[in-house]
Design a protein around this ligand. Structure first.
Ligand code: KIV
Ligand code: ZN
Length: 551
């Protein structure tokens, strides 16, 4: 990289707009949307879509609710021309959908564009020429006046031909391409020159599209440029001001949202932001950003999955896993603390306790767009006890008591740390089994019987202590109390049962019940144990032995 960037690059000059209004506005409704997937998106594909792919994507755009679709550049190639003709001749566009076509300011290209539109119900003819200082100097070698003449001639050639499109409702659109890199005063001047030719009225408006062709500044600068134009251009009430942002600085979405605050009425973009270089604006993101603020976006992403499927198949593009809303991992939580918070939030939502969605870490309900919340539970040395417990419970139905989680969590983390990798659920269960269930030293169960009389339970235990048979009896108000009493009779240091719980294990497990017992020893120290058996009483005896064996 250049050692001193200030010698090579310059900051973008700010717009003089000290009383800018957009920062204190809020969005309250959706803009008019125009999809440019089939033109801007398509021209940026390594292998552009063929006619049948374009037709399929067109149908998906219509189904999603787009009422304005830039279908191509009909004068640019036969494929583009044929596609437009097929849409019109096969009546593929519903009556309320505008077919938008792009054209440069050249008479032959305008002529061909008009031929492509004959018979259309509704058409937007989109004229553009580039206006920034770099484009004027490097590409065209023209003065400002000459560049204005290019736009005016284009506007006139289009106007002259309008009577040819009898039966077609036509709307006209002009883009000073590279608007965001153009001096606002010049952008106004050239746009007004086009306006003078087309003479829009409040009843017959024209679209003035102000492209962020290449993002060259922060999104607040684009917003200033839009507000400046909206406030200074003549006949604002006869214009539909439109935004068309690209994403070179990764702020195309922000630029569009701030541009809407600044007074724009319409937004051009593509599904998932496909387009030149870093892409066009991702319309799905802006629409769902509105949706999650309670604003109807007038686009339907109820089944986002099938839109993704058509998009990927037709364009050959893939959606990155972390793409907002659409990415595969967007509604997947990996972190234990996130999972815990989301589970609690979802439970609160399901309980009906709250009127508005307010679930931690989920900006919207994934079900609203046909997605599902997923948890990936992987245990590594950084995982919390919650992750360990959740994995045991969700995969094996082992419901560790909360306090036992505090004991086993660090044990599992240590073991995983030594392995130096993540472990699966089965490996975690094996650790649990080794730590609690499979310990047989010093105590191992040989037999345990009880009888109960007048509320007193007597037990008879046969155990191995370091391989030697030990038999004892004891009594108490239950089998466990009797066992504890019996241990006292053979000189085992005093202990008591501090916590107890049990539950059935799911079908298919090797045992039907599991018991968890915490013992408290004379010195105040506590230990957990666990036992499994087909007999719940024996499961709890085994849990006591497990706790003693761990002491
Ligand atoms: O990015 C751009 O400026 C364009 C224009 C043709 C509108 O795509
Ligand atoms: Zn573009």
């Amino acid at each position: 990289m250049h050692k001193n960037p200030s010698k090579k690059y310059r900051p973008f000059p700010p717009v003089a707009l000290p009383d800018r209004q957009w920062p204190s506005r809020v969005l309250t409704r959706a803009p008019i949307w125009c999809s440019v997937d089939l033109r801007d998106g398509n021209q940026a594909l390594a292998v552009p879509m063929n006619v049948s792919q374009k037709l399929e994507l067109f149908q998906t755009l219509v189904k999603t609710g787009f009422k304005e679709i830039e279908v191509g550049f009909p004068s640019a190639s036969n494929t583009e021309f044929t596609f437009n003709r097929r849409l019109i001749e096969e009546h593929r566009a519903p009556d309320d959908v505008w077919l938008q076509v792009l054209v440069q300011s050249r008479e032959d290209l305008i002529e061909r564009t008009f031929e492509s539109l004959v018979g259309a119900k509704k058409a937007i003819i989109h004229l553009y020429n580039s206006t920034s200082p770099a484009q004027r100097r490097v590409v065209f070698g023209m003065s400002k006046n000459e560049i204005i003449q290019v736009a005016v001639h284009g506007a006139e050639w289009i106007k002259e031909r309008l009577p040819r499109l009898k039966g077609t409702e036509v709307m006209l659109q002009y883009s000073p391409e590279s608007f965001s890199a153009t001096e606002v005063e010049f952008a106004k001047e050239i746009s007004e020159a086009v306006l003078d030719v087309w003479q829009p009225t409040p009843r017959q408006k024209m679209i003035l599209n102000l492209p962020d062709t290449v993002e060259v500044a922060m999104p607040n600068v684009y917003a200033d440029q839009i507000e400046w134009i909206c406030r200074n251009i003549k006949h604002r009430d006869s214009l539909i001001v439109s935004l068309h942002t690209h994403n070179d600085r990764c702020t195309g979405t922000a630029a569009t949202e701030l541009g809407l605050l600044a007074g724009a009425d319409r937004v051009e973009g593509t599904l998932f932001g496909n387009g030149e270089r870093t892409g066009n604006l991702d319309i799905v993101a802006v629409a769902l950003n509105l949706f999650m603020q309670g604003i109807d976006p007038n686009l339907d992403f109820t089944d986002l999955g099938s839109i993704i499927e058509v998009y990927e198949r037709c364009t050959g593009m893939t959606i990155p896993p972390r793409q907002p809303y659409a990415g595969e991992l967007v509604f997947t939580a990996f972190s234990g603390s996130h999972q815990d918070a989301i589970r609690k939030g979802l439970n609160e939502w399901k309980s009906g306790a709250r009127a508005y969605w307010d679930v931690p870490y989920l900006t919207l309900d994934p079900n609203d767009i046909g997605r599902e919340y997923r948890e990936v539970i992987r245990v590594n040395s950084q995982s919390g006890k919650g992750g360990v417990a959740y994995l045991l419970e969700s995969e094996f139905g082992i419901e560790l008591p909360k306090e036992m989680q505090r004991e086993f969590g660090p044990i599992a983390n240590d073991a995983v740390d030594k392995l130096g990798r993540e472990v699966s659920g089965a490996e975690l269960k094996a650790m649990f089994w080794r730590e609690y269930i499979e310990r047989t030293e010093p105590w191992q169960l040989q037999g345990f019987e009880t009888e109960s009389k007048n509320g007193v339970v007597k037990c008879r235990a046969r155990l191995l202590q370091d391989g030697k048979l030990v038999e004892f009896s004891g009594e108490g108000n239950g089998p466990l109390a009797a066992l504890v009493h019996g241990f006292g009779n053979v000189g085992v240091p005093r202990f008591e049962i501090a916590n107890y719980s049990e539950h059935a294990l799911s079908a298919g497990e090797e045992a039907t019940a599991i018991a968890y017992i915490q013992i408290k020893q004379g010195d105040g120290r506590t230990r957990w144990g666990a036992g499994v058996d087909t007999n719940i009483e024996l499961a709890s005896v085994r849990a006591v032995l497990s706790a003693l064996n761990r002491s």
